[in-house]
Design a protein around this ligand. Structure first.
Ligand SMILES: Cc1cc2nc3c(=O)[nH]c(=O)nc-3n(C[C@H](O)[C@H](O)[C@H](O)COP(=O)(O)OP(=O)(O)OC[C@H]3O[C@@H](n4cnc5c(N)ncnc54)[C@H](O)[C@@H]3O)c2cc1C
Length: 284
């Protein structure tokens, strides 16, 4: 192991499946065995170079083929800025269409990740202009003040929403100021989804939120999937699967591990969690 590999292992080993498609499929196989689906993400974002964009597109095409040929229960989760958002609308639209068309042929669902707030308008537009494909979903962040009105529009258009708290650093003019306010808004949006949407994803490691959602679904009987990021609460997710809930885990892979790992480290907050990440990989 060279120094670069060691640094990567230290900072990302807990969360990232590995460098290759085979690594993402091998972890998918383990999760599938215990009833958990995966959302496979090829790491990389903010590409301004067309070669990087073309490489991401080619990787997603290969991932789709591999999911199909290996017979895995997996979707893919794509960042708009890795498939051309920063190049041009034309490239972005064309690449997204290629991905969802192939995915549909293989019976695979495609999620759009949500990135920084400057990308939200374009991401929603991209999603809505293809929503009729029927095999797509979009992430919405509870920390953004605009998300309440976005969700209303999206639900009217039959969007499938993955509700998260939000992972980027945003200006307080447009976002809620602290975790408590964000969680309050998460509950508000979640309740709206229970009332108005037939199918959605509750993507959080916050057990109180999950328990509240489980309770609400006793009343509403919606098609709800509970989702978490790999390496954070794997055991809890498996427990949910064992109790009969639909579950999914976000599995990133690839060499561009830095940005993703830094976001997870910030959320982990305490140095001891970094220590645990080295020696206590929860795996399934
Ligand atoms: C399936 C999935 C997909 C996502 N997709 C996106 C996306 O497209 N765009 C986006 O902006 N964000 C995305 N996120 C990230 C999300 O926005 C949050 O940043 C992240 O989930 C942490 O928030 P939380 O809901 O777990 O609640 P928090 O209040 O942050 O955490 C709740 C509890 O979970 C535990 N926890 C949370 N994070 C960690 C960690 N890193 N290490 C150890 N313990 C931790 C802690 O015990 C904490 O008390 C996604 C999250 C999930 C689960």
């Amino acid at each position: 192991m060279d120094i670069g590999d060691m640094v990567e292992k230290i900072f990302s080993g807990r969360w990232i499946a590995g460098a290759t498609i085979a690594d993402s499929l091998s972890i998918t196989k383990k999760f599938n065995r215990v009833g958990v689906e995966t959302m496979i993400n090829y790491l990389g974002e903010d590409f301004t170079n067309i070669d990087d964009v073309n490489n991401s597109l080619a990787m997603y095409m290969r991932i789709l083929k591999s999911i199909k040929s290996a017979g895995r229960q997996a979707s893919i989760s794509v960042k708009p800025s890795q498939i051309g958002m920063l190049i041009s609308d034309k490239v972005l639209n064309s690449n997204y269409k290629k991905i969802i068309t192939k995915a549909k042929r293989y019976g695979v669902f495609v999620w759009l990740d949500m990135e920084e707030s400057e990308y939200v308008d374009k991401t929603i537009k991209l999603y809505l202009s293809n929503v009729k494909a029927g095999n797509t979903g979009i992430c919405i962040q509870a920390y953004l003040r605009r998300s309440e009105s976005d969700i209303k529009v999206l639900v009217r258009k039959k969007a499938v929403i993955r509700l998260v708290k939000g992972a980027y650093s945003e200006n307080q003019k447009i976002s809620y100021p602290n975790r408590m306010a964000v969680t309050k808004n998460y509950y508000k949006l979640m309740n709206y989804l229970f009332k108005k949407s037939g199918r959605f994803m509750i993507a959080t490691h916050d057990k109180k939120v999950v328990l509240e959602a489980l309770k609400a679904n006793k009343t509403y009987s919606r098609d709800v999937t509970y989702a978490m990021l790999n390496g954070i609460q794997n055991r809890y997710l498996v427990e949910l699967a064992e109790s009969g809930e639909k579950t999914s885990v976000y599995v990133p892979f690839g060499p561009k591990w830095f940005g993703y790992s830094i976001r997870r480290l910030k959320e982990a907050g305490h140095a001891y969690l970094l220590f645990l990440s080295l020696f206590n990989n929860q795996g399934v």
